[in-house]
Design a protein around this ligand. Structure first.
Ligand SMILES: [Zn+2]
Length: 200
């Protein structure tokens, strides 16, 4: 950013630029927008970030976002306790819940195995997954990872990892285009992929 802006503006742009999908231009536009608002609007935004960050942690069972010890899914005991769905991040749970077609529990990996970026099995919540499968009475494990190379690699790894346990492992049906992000799949397509899931 050029010198005609002071350090405060430059800092704000710099912070915004770190957000996913935000380049230099968008960051500048957001910064100018925030600064053009009245104090209350800008402070509300800042406070929302601080409050969310202070109060939202990870569910101690499934690693979804939670403001209590357990997330809303894990604290709901009327769900199907025989089913566990493995997802990459908490955003996917949001999409699944919106599709309204899944009533079991979740396990969030917080990443995928990604050899090129040095992310190995120990860097995501796989040990915790095995502990849950060993200790809770799941009958079906649905692997719902993005259909890209890291998602496939992670799915195969999970399948090997869970092979010693007496559970059915299924994967989403192939309605979901290869390389697409589950975050952006519409809810009908996702609902179809869930109901058409196949044995892995
Ligand atoms: Zn949970």
């Amino acid at each position: 950013m050029s010198n005609e802006h002071n350090d405060y503006v430059r800092d704000l742009v710099f912070s915004l630029k770190k957000l996913p999908g935000i380049g230099e231009r968008s960051a500048r536009r957001l910064a100018f927008h925030i600064l053009s608002q009245n104090d209350a609007a800008a402070f509300n935004l800042a406070n929302s970030i601080v409050n969310a960050k202070k109060n939202v942690n990870l569910c101690k069972v499934c690693f979804n976002l939670a403001s209590e010890e357990l997330c809303p899914v894990c604290s709901n005991n009327s769900r199907n306790e025989k089913m566990l769905c493995i997802v990459e991040n908490p955003e996917i749970i949001y999409v699944f819940e919106k599709s309204g077609n899944y009533n079991g529990y979740y396990h969030v990996l917080h990443g995928l195995i990604n050899p090129l970026e040095g992310v190995g099995p120990a860097d995501i919540k796989l040990k915790e997954l095995v502990d849950r499968v060993a200790g809770e009475g799941f009958e079906e494990i649905v692997i719902a990872l993005n259909p890209n190379s890291n998602g496939e690699a992670t799915s195969f790894y999970i399948q090997k990892l869970l092979a010693p346990y007496n559970v059915n492992i299924t994967a989403l049906a192939r309605g979901i285009p290869i390389g697409s992000d589950l975050e952006y799949v519409d809810k009908d397509t996702l609902a179809e992929a869930i109901s058409g899931r196949k044995k892995f």
